[in-house]
Design a protein around this ligand. Sequence first.
Ligand code: S3P
Length: 171
Amino acid sequence: MKNIILIGFMGVGKGSVAREVIKISEYLSLDTDDLIESMENRTIKKIFEEEGEAYFRALEKKVAMWLQASVTNTLISTGGGFYRQENLKEIGTVVFLDSPFDKIIKRIKNHPNAEKKLKKRPLLNNLKKAKELYNERLPQYTAVADIIIDVTDKSALECAKELLLKVKQDA
Ligand code: S3P
């Protein structure tokens, strides 16, 4: 099976959808932020604080090269900025999880661990800047995607089912 790469803005639910997909399919799963945290043995937040964003982006590139060379049969969830990797399409089928900015923020705020979810994402600290980033990225996410799933007001399981169906149709 060709890999699936989940892209989309912070908090849109990439991790939640990935967890449902692996329950109902043969895919394994990986998360680029988790890979980076284990490579570095520190959190993304700490990496941003101690080394800056450029250092983090270089790690994302390293992970992208490794994924292309070494990974198959896997659903790969990515950090919100990973979509910029030049070899994205070489890694697998790109699936963009789409939702309006306000709905994404609402989703995070409604989560039982909302504070933690906001704190661990350095680029969500300032909502005005985050909205600008969203507006800048939205056309880019759309342009790079092979498949787009509107996740607004759908459960993670519904999104997972739609994803698997669309991936099958796209193959
Ligand atoms: C980022 C998103 C984060 C994480 C880092 C940068 C971004 O991942 O990779 O804080 O540039 O949008 P999530 O999308 O999982 O929050």
